[in-house]
Design a protein around this ligand. Sequence first.
Ligand code: SAM
Length: 343
Amino acid sequence: MTTIEPYTSTQLGKFYLGNCEELLKGDLGRSLEGQVQLVFTSPPFPLNKKKRYGNQKGEEYLKWFTELAPILSRLLKPNGSIVIELGNCWEDGRPVQSLLPLQSLLGFVSHEDAGLRLCQQFICHNPARLPSPTQWVNVKRCRVTDSHTQLWWMAISDEPKADNRKVLRPYSKKMQKLLNRGTYNAGKRSSGHKIGQSSFLKNNGGAISHNVLEMEPINPDAEVRIPGSAFSLSNTTSTDFFHAECKAREITPHPARIQPRLVDFFVQFLTDPGDLVLDPFAGSNVTGYVAERTERPWVSIEAEEEYAKQSCIRFEDPEVKKIDIAAPEDTDLTPNLENSESQ
Ligand SMILES: C[S@@+](CC[C@H](N)C(=O)[O-])C[C@H]1O[C@@H](n2cnc3c(N)ncnc32)[C@H](O)[C@@H]1O
C-alpha cells in the first residue's frame, strides 16, 4: 500500500505540502471523498499585482477558482459545509472596486458539477484595519477604508449540520440587567414585532449571533460580543503565541493570517468534536490549530514550504499541548491508496 506522506502531523491532523488542486484531484482527494464536515479556507485573493504567495489575476483567477468548486464539494459529507473568505480587491490604478470576488463566488457556487447552494453570507468587520487602498483613501481621499471581508457559507444540502446555540453571543449588559430585573416593556414595536410579556425573560445563555462579526469595537466604549469558544482564543493576531514565537525566532509570519476567533466561530457552529475539517489553502494553519484545540481532526494543505514550516510553531503552544485529545477511534487520516486506486 502506498501512502501520501504529510509534511507534518499532530495528534489530530495532517499537513500536506503541495498544490491543493493536484493533491485533491489525486489520491489524497479520493481518500477524503464524502468525509469532510467543513472546508474552511481563505484562498489567495485575486490581486492586480502578484503577491509573494502566487495570487493569480483576472480571468485566469476566475477560471481557477471556479474549478475548485467540484473538487471541494465532492469531499463533503452530505450535511457538510464549505466556508470561503473572500476579500475585496480593486482595479489596477483606478479607484474602482473589482467585480472579480463576486464573479468568483457566483462561478463557484453555481458550478454545475458542484451541486452547491449559498446558505448564508457573513461579513467580518475589522475597524482596526489600516486605511486601504492607500492611494484612494490616504492620498486622494476619494474612497473610505475597506474594513471588512466576506465569508460565504455553502453546502450541498439545504440543511447542512449547523447549530446557532453553539455560537451564542454573550448577552449585552442591558439584556443582563433585564434578565436580573425580570421586567421590561412588552407590546408592539415600531418594527411590527409583538413582544410578549415573558418573551425576553428566559435566559438562553446568550444571544443569537449575527452574520456581521465585529472583531474590534467601532466605538471603544461599546462591548464587542463575539461568541465565546471553549477556549479563550486571542482576538488579535499580534499578541498570540504564534506571533510572539515567530518574532523571537526572527521568522516573518504569514502576512495574511486569519483571526483564530473567526475560524473558531464556524468550526463551533458547523461541526462537532470528531468531525473532519479541511483547509486547502492553509497558510500558517490557523484552521488546523483551531480544529486541534476544539477536538476536530483536520487536514491542511499549503503550497509554500516556508508557511508549512512556520505552521508547526502553532502546535508548540502550551494551550494546545495541555489539551489531552483522544483521537476518535474511527478516524484514520492516513489516505488508503489501495482503496482509492480501485475506484
Ligand atoms: C490567504 S492565505 C491563507 C492564510 C491562512 N488562512 C492563515 O491564516 O495563515 C492563502 C494561502 O494559500 C496558499 N496557496 C496559494 N495557492 C495554493 C495552491 N494552489 N494550493 C495550496 N496552497 C496555495 C498561499 O501560499 C497562501 O499561504
